[in-house]
Write a protein that binds this ligand. Structure first.
Ligand code: AP5
Length: 228
């Protein structure tokens, strides 16, 4: 997965996994290592909600309930993001695709931007630990760095270490009840996509229950091996 954008290049990494698996945490670590840009449909939808766009207004209630936003809205915001020049070197898809319709649409969508999927990694976790992971999450409102009350606390309470002073925020859908609904949506609609990528010969699985830096090392090795 290099930075070649002159022809269709295998410069897209898909991260699959349930809420709390560490998709966002690992995508941020991999961005620099792989020279790719993290593209999270969850982040794009939350930005649309904050901006009060038509897509955001429609998505807000659905996200708070822990259900999946319609394919049409997700495809629209993703397409718009892929128009921007910074993603031309390749992307890490975090939280997309999530339904078989999204997986079907992915190839055509990427081809229009000179990209194709080089690797898909399923982060395997114990569902029982995910409620604790998600409930303890905090994110910097300025730079987006992720924290956890227990597993990755900031040096100063409620203050980002990276941009030195950014306030930490909590997501509206990070409560135990909604996490359970999100886990159910994942198993019903997204987990079957693991077979989709396996059938295409690009799937690898990474155990995502260890410490964050160890998982990052395993992921980096898996992606390098797939592309060598
Ligand atoms: P989205 O924002 O994608 O959320 P999610 O998939 O539920 O995933 P999370 O962001 O909760 O978890 P993560 O795997 O990124 O974990 P993280 O690294 O943050 O989607 C939200 C909603 O938007 C959906 O419910 C849906 O409504 C909608 N949506 C989004 N995309 C959509 C799509 N394509 N189609 C339809 N609807 C869509 O880690 C979690 C916490 O654990 C952090 O605090 C972190 O510090 C900590 N942590 C991470 N790794 C470890 C570790 N190894 N050990 C201990 N703690 C760890």
């Amino acid at each position: 997965m290099g930075a070649d954008t002159t022809t269709t290049a295998s410069n897209v990494l898909v991260l699959l996994g349930p809420p709390g698996a560490g998709k966002g945490t690992q995508a941020r670590l991999l961005e620099e290592q792989l020279g790719l840009v993290q593209l999270s449909t969850g982040d794009l939808l939350r930005a649309a909600v904050r901006d009060g766009t038509a897509a955001g207004l429609a998505a807000d209630k659905v996200m708070k309930a822990g259900d999946l936003v319609s394919d049409a809205i997700v495809m629209e915001i993703l397409e718009e993001r892929l128009e921007q020049s910074d993603v031309a070197r390749g992307v890490i898809l975090d939280g997309f695709p999530r339904t078989s319709a999204q997986a079907e649409a992915l190839d055509a969508l990427l081809a229009r931007h000179g990209m194709s999927v080089g690797a898909a990694v399923a982060l395997t976790v114990d569902d029982n630990a995910m409620v604790e992971r998600v409930s303890g999450r905090a994110t910097c409102a300025i730079c987006g760095e992720g924290y956890h009350d227990q597993f990755k606390p900031p040096a100063k309470p409620d203050t980002c270490d990276v941009c030195d002073g950014g306030p930490l925020t909590r997501r509206a859908d990070d409560n135990a009840q909604t996490v359970i609904a999100r886990l159910q949506a994942y198993h019903a609609q997204t987990a079957p996509l693991i077979d989709h990528f396996e059938n295409r010969g690009v799937l690898r699985r990474v155990d995502a229950m260890g410490p964050i830096p160890e998982i990052a090392g395993s992921l980096g090795n898996v992606v390098k091996a797939l592309n060598s």
